[in-house]
Design a protein around this ligand. Structure first.
Ligand code: GUN
Ligand code: ZN
Length: 435
């Protein structure tokens, strides 16, 4: 047990509940001279650095990050692993963007060598940005999802991922069928679900690319696998919504399509949720489904402004999560994502405190995906950690010089100006990656 003990020194910040705006000091714990004790990849104690002697053992390794912030590893709740060469594609909105850039790029993931190389790049990039857990859309190919899980298992990260199910309105090479979507997802679940840290997520792409037969099959997968999350897209773009109405005229609306097939509940992550009706908001609230806010994507593809406060604090409150949505999104960084979330909310006359933003990236996203072992720095949690240097660039060091020790002000600057350059190290289940 003592063989692999790690002792980390730094400024330890972890959230205990959703902050109620700026200044909510009860929502987090902060130890300015903190010590995190890690044994076999798990946190066994969190203490003051002054008490370090009682935790030293013969084989313990000390990592001194004094002055730097240590937070729970970031959790990205919506990202596409075959879109690393789609990010930053010019000039289109959703449906044309899918056809022109995304589907061609995803077709290349039929090639196992391309998928394996893509998985390596993807996971390296997440770790460089401090992200240790992610909810991931694969391509339609089962083999590509397997490649991602294998690479993730080798790195100690947690991927919650699925092969994307799509049997219409996509190029023939990217179409599965109701039966093969069911069979491939079931096989993936048998091989990878809860294999160590890996999780299989049932992943119909969106209503446009699934026939009613496939949505029936996805409903069966949900019933047969009560332990799996489901992810899909909903109400991102007005033309998308109009197309869904054409395809499913008998349904009351977009959410009702998914609801009809038994896909809506507390295990459901719905990407985007920008253009919702009052009935849909009420149904999401009642069902416990999660609305996933993808600000860089929503701005870049020109989709619209997510109503974060309206959903979170409205009469029928909806659970929310924050995500990058690369490659519609334009950054792998959850810091950049939080900065853009702030700007989207400003455009709606709302605001986003640094406390809420950092809680979103860590504890709240963990809650949204139902994972208790991540998103917090406490004895018993996995040692998924990000070490942040708020003064990593000259402009940030200069700006921080004007802060007189106020943690929230520092965090706000960090989320507004921060990128992967601020990530000094990332730990995935205790394994260190340095940058
Ligand atoms: N809707 C269906 N597929 C996608 C996708 O890959 N990205 C985004 N942003 N929206 C989608
Ligand atoms: Zn997406």
């Amino acid at each position: 047990m003592t063989k692999s003990r790690l002792l980390l020194l730094g400024r330890v910040l972890s959230f205990v509940r959703r902050p109620r705006g700026a200044g909510d000091r009860e929502s987090y714990t902060y130890i300015p001279n903190g010590l995190i004790v890690v044994d076999e990849g798990r946190i066994t104690a969190v203490a003051d650095a002054a008490d370090i002697d009682q935790f030293r053992t013969d084989g313990s390794v000390l990592r001194n990050f004094s002055g730097k912030l240590i937070l729970p590893g970031f959790i990205d709740t919506h990202i596409h692993f075959p879109q690393t060469q789609v990010i930053a594609s010019y000039g289109t909105q959703l449906l044309e963007w899918l056809e022109k850039y995304t589907f061609p790029a995803e077709q290349r993931y039929a090639d196992p060598a391309h998928a394996a190389a893509g998985a390596r790049f993807f996971l390296d990039e997440l770790l460089r940005n401090g992200t240790t857990s992610a909810v991931v859309y694969g391509s339609v190919h089962k083999s590509a999802a397997e490649a991602l899980f294998a690479e993730s298992a080798a790195r100690g990260t947690m991927m919650l991922a699925g092969k994307t199910c799509m049997d219409r309105n996509a190029p023939p090479a990217l179409r599965d069928s109701a039966q093969s979507a069911y069979d491939d997802t079931t096989a993936l679940i048998k091989a990878w679900h809860r294999q160590g840290r890996q999780r299989v997520v049932i992943t119909p792409r969106f209503a446009i690319t699934s026939t009613p037969e496939q949505l029936e099959a996805v409903g069966a997968l949900m019933r047969e696998n009560p332990d799996c999350l489901l992810q899909t897209h909903m109400s991102e773009n007005l033309k998308e919504i109009a197309f869904v109405r054409e395809l499913f005229p008998e349904r009351a609306g977009y959410l009702d399509v998914y609801d009809h097939y038994g896909l809506i509940g507390p295990r459901t992550l719905l990407g985007h949720c920008i253009h919702l009706t009052a009935d849909e908001i009420a149904r999401m609230s009642e069902s416990g489904a999660v609305a996933v806010f993808c600000p860089t994507s929503n701005l870049f593809i020109g989709s619209g402004l997510f109503d974060a406060q309206g959903l979170e604090r409205g009469a029928t409150p909806v659970r929310t999560a924050l995500a990058t949505d690369v490659g519609g999104g334009t950054s792998y960084s959850m810091l950049v994502t939080a900065a853009e979330a702030y700007k989207v909310m400003q455009l709606r006359g709302q605001t986003l405190s640094a406390l809420e933003a950092f809680d979103w990236m860590t504890r709240a996203n963990a809650e949204a995906i139902g994972e208790a072992d991540v998103g917090r720095i406490e004895a018993g949690a996995l040692a998924d950690l990000v070490v942040l240097d708020p003064t990593a660039t000259p402009a940030m060091a200069h700006r921080m010089d004007a802060v007189s020790g106020d943690l929230e002000e520092e965090l706000f600057i960090l989320m507004t100006l921060g990128t992967d350059r601020n990530v000094a190290a990332t730990f995935a289940a205790g394994r260190e990656y340095r940058f």
